[in-house]
Ligand binder design. Structure first.
Ligand code: NDP
Length: 408
């Protein structure tokens, strides 16, 4: 039915490739292209032999001309960008130049400012409209499924959603003293930055990890959760009409945070370049080089993730609460595709989004966040491709007003 160009060959890309090959009715032909071609070849070697034809290529995704040449040679229906957020704009430019649909899992940030915002990508809306091509932004789990969950809740359960709490729990244990579950540079920056949530039409800034609660996650149990800023807050605050508040919470263990504090205190998480033996280096990039590769955590990680959204709003004049979530088991993911659940929960939605673009179900010229598409076909595919969702109409709730909260 279609052809996809997958850019990147890291943890998430590996899952995307596995899932495209499983979904060979839609993905007849794929090309895996990344900076290090040997990683693309290793994936091809592992997965060759099925119905999907796999090609590989070397590409510098910071270079628009190289990308254009690659796209023109392969002629994909869609480009799945699972490289790093720094490559979003060059890949979008190349899609515009070649008239090919685009999908990614993380919003652009300029490497030098480390500020992630949608404004750079939203600025392409008109250009994509004129070119008649679709860009699907943030189609991993969070952002991604969290936006689809919101669209689904709004379509089927609410007239208006007033409050959303997004809860991201990783109860996996890899047995190492300190490691990040995905790209360390992006992961550590997300946590060490100031927190932010949206309330009554304004952003409320917090200190990094200032607010902590305990949440009793279904199938996982009680965990410490911390309020963070996360990129889907920006698009959901804009796209959900009538919303009064949206917050994002993530679990961290005390051990993880203690290591992080020490690294921060000695300057290892800084992105300010320093001179080292005559060369300028960024401490955080150096730290990334010495930390375990997230892909290597797959075989050692045990436990589950539980990611979902608690919605509060009104239906037919009555107050209503609704919790939609997915529970994913690290070891089952590893058995199936050789990756832990963080890469799995990101790669599966990226494959699903791309399949809906190819099938024409998520095709509309412009630049869109996932909550702006029909959630129903996506929700069906989640159940089919390994991320079944569960719902509860009576979940444990978090205090709406942070100042009034009870510290448990
Ligand atoms: P990795 O670091 O494992 O992989 C990134 C890949 O991109 C590597 O193969 C890397 O090449 C390649 N790459 C980097 N720069 C370039 C370039 N200039 N040209 C070509 N290839 C390049 O990251 P992950 O797989 O963990 O993450 C991938 C993306 O998924 C990130 O954007 C991340 O933010 C996002 N993500 C989204 C989540 C969500 O739920 N929405 C959750 C987790 C991640 P090389 O192998 O040479 O280093």
């Amino acid at each position: 039915m279609g052809k996809a160009l997958i850019i990147g060959a890291g943890g998430v890309a590996s899952v995307v490739v596995h899932k495209c090959v499983q979904n060979s009715d839609v993905f007849e032909e794929i090309m895996i292209a990344s900076r290090t071609k040997s990683k693309c070849d290793a994936l091809k070697e592992k997965l060759d032999g099925g119905k999907t034809i796999i090609h590989t290529a070397q590409v510098d995704a910071d270079n628009v001309d190289e990308l254009v040449e690659l796209i023109n040679g392969f002629k994909p229906d869609v480009v799945i960008n699972v490289a790093l957020p720094y490559q979003d704009l060059t890949i979008m430019e190349a899609c515009l130049a070649t008239g090919v649909h685009y999908l990614d899992t993380a919003n652009y940030e300029p490497p030098e400012t480390a500020k992630f915002e949608y404004k750079w990508q939203w600025a392409y809306k008109e250009k994509f409209e004129k070119a008649g091509i679709t860009a699907v932004l943030g189609c991993g789990f969070d952002p991604g499924v969290t936006g689809v969950f919101t669209a689904y809740a709004l379509k089927h359960h609410f007239d208006e959603i007033h409050y959303i709490d997004i809860l991201d729990c990783n109860a996996g244990d890899h047995g190492l003293p300190f490691a990040t579950n995905f790209n360390p540079e992006i992961n550590i920056r997300e946590i060490t930055s100031n927190g932010r949530y949206w309330k009554d039409g304004e952003w409320v800034e917090t200190e990094p990890l200032e607010f902590k609660e305990v949440y009793n996650f279904p199938e996982v149990g009680p965990k410490d959760i911390y309020l963070l800023y996360h990129e889907e807050l920006e698009s959901l605050a804009k796209n959900v009409k009538g919303l009064k508040q949206i917050r994002f919470w993530m679990t961290f263990s005390e051990k993880y945070l203690t290591h992080l504090r020490v690294l921060e205190n000695v300057g290892m998480t800084s992105i300010e370049p320093i001179e080292f033996e005559g060369k300028m280096i960024q401490p955080l990039q150096f730290l990334k080089a010495v930390l375990p590769d997230p892909a290597s955590l797959g075989p050692r990680t045990k436990g589950k993730t539980n990611i979902g959204c608690i919605f509060r709003g009104v239906k037919d004049g009555k107050e209503k609460t609704y919790y939609l979530y997915n529970v994913c088991d690290h070891e089952e993911c590893y058995r199936e595709v050789g990756s832990q659940a963080i890469s799995y929960t990101t790669g599966v939605p990226a494959m699903i989004g791309a399949s809906l673009v190819i099938k024409g179900l998520w095709k509309k010229p412009g630049v869109w966040n996932v909550e702006e598409f029909d959630p129903d076909p996506f929700m069906e595919e989640l159940n089919k491709w390994g991320l079944p969702w569960k719902e509860s109409f009576d979940p444990e709730l978090l205090e709406l007003d942070l100042e009034k909260r009870e510290v448990k």
